[in-house]
Write a protein that binds this ligand. Structure first.
Ligand code: NAD
Length: 346
């Protein structure tokens, strides 16, 4: 089956891993990114892994004309995976308007262009941050969404509602909302991974950078939460498992197996791992001992969350196949690759 997918945010962390998985499974891929949070070196890494150079556009999706130009250049696009967005919770607390502008306007424009160019399948990067601080674990897709803890999380909640409304107005089209939990790790080849721009906000790049001696401190934010060891609990999921979830979601749509024209799936391992447990896993796989610093709670952080992934398993045939130690060892291998300077083009 020939199927061309436009991947927005294709040079970013999850986007580039998903492009690899899509190419590995026979999809044709076109990518677009404005390189605000990534650069073109991802295209080299994708080629190094797959042997394929994908068509790529540098365009800002908050610009409707620039967005249309990408669709016009590729009349064969069958579906879109929309990753392009800003993703930092603390940054969104500091700069809410930039998050509302970037994340919502880009989604709006891509949906507009899909309507104009007759693109029928759409997969949206949502996030477990839509669940905020929930009491009942694990969270299912039916768990009611409380007011968001951060402007970032709210952009994902608004995005989901916008997509549900668009799906009602376009009954012939098909939409999937994937709520990722905490993607970590790197491609098994050691040839692709996350290239942090500036100080990373997420835990795992902070752990690996501290392990590599690239930062002076590894701060654990909050040690007095009501959890088994006082640190926050997250559901870490290997980035290649997340990537494969997109391949399966597109297949599901392309084969018309969807039950409704807008469906939501959790992509998480189903396992809650505390910040301190994640650090211990890193210490185990790297053989290093990390001297961590304990800091105060960070605004916007939820206390504990992990997924019920039954729906993705039963409908998409998806499963989380890699455990926390595998995630940590791939992240550590990638950090060492970054230290060699091999992954980043000058
Ligand atoms: N990484 C996570 O922890 C996580 C968790 C849940 C959801 N998500 C969501 O998954 C998606 C991808 O995340 P990621 O980790 O790959 O982030 P990333 O920052 O590595 O990738 C996002 C990409 O989108 C691009 N981009 C941003 N705004 C753009 C615009 N206006 N026009 C064109 N390109 C633009 C950036 O340059 C970047 O390459 C995001 O929507 C994010 O909110 C990420």
């Amino acid at each position: 089956m020939a199927y061309t997918v436009l991947v927005t945010g294709g040079t970013g962390y999850i986007g580039s891993h998903t492009v690899i998985d899509l190419l590995d499974h026979g999809f044709d891929v076109v990518s677009v990114d404005n390189h605000s949070r990534s650069d073109a070196s991802a295209l080299d890494r994708i080629e190094a892994v797959t042997g394929k150079r994908i068509p790529h556009h540098v365009a800002d999706l908050t610009d409707l004309e620039a967005t249309r130009a990408v669709f016009r250049a590729h009349p064969d696009i069958d579906g879109v995976i929309h990753f392009a967005a800003f993703k930092s919770v603390p940054e969104s607390v500091e700069h809410p308007l930039s998050y509302y502008r970037n994340n919502l306007n880009s989604l709006n424009n891509v949906l507009e262009a899909c309507g104009e160019f007759g693109v029928r399948d759409f997969v949206f990067s949502s996030s477990c941050s839509v669940y905020g601080n929930v009491d009942q674990m694990p969270v299912t897709e039916e768990t009611p969404l409380p007011p968001s803890e951060s402007p970032y999380g709210f952009t994902k909640q608004i995005g989901e509602v916008a997509l549900q409304d668009v799906a009602k107005a376009r009954p012939q089209d098909r939409y999937i909302l994937l709520r990722y939990f905490n993607p970590v790790g790197a491609h098994e080849s050691g040839l692709n991974g996350e290239v942090p721009l500036g100080q990373p906000q997420n835990l795992v790049p902070n752990i690996t950078r501290f392990g590599a001696g690239l930062q002076d401190q590894l701060i654990v934010y909050g040690t007095d939460y009501n959890t088994r060891d006082g640190s926050c609990i997250r559901d870490y999921i290997h980035v290649m498992d997340i990537a494969h979830g997109h391949t399966l979601a597109l297949r599901y749509l392309a084969e018309g197996r969807n039950v409704q024209n807008c469906e939501v799936f959790n992509l998480g391992s189903g396992q809650g791992v505390s910040v301190l447990e994640a650090i211990r896993s890193f210490e185990k796989v790297s053989g290093l001992k990390l001297d961590v610093t304990f800091g105060p709670r960070r605004p916007g952080d939820v206390i504990a969350i992990y997924a019920d992934n039954t729906k993705a398993r039963e409908h998409l045939g998806w499963q989380a196949t890699r455990d926390i130690d595998t995630m940590m060892s791939s992240a550590w291998a990638w950090e060492q690759k970054l230290a060699e300077g091999a992954a980043v083009k000058a």
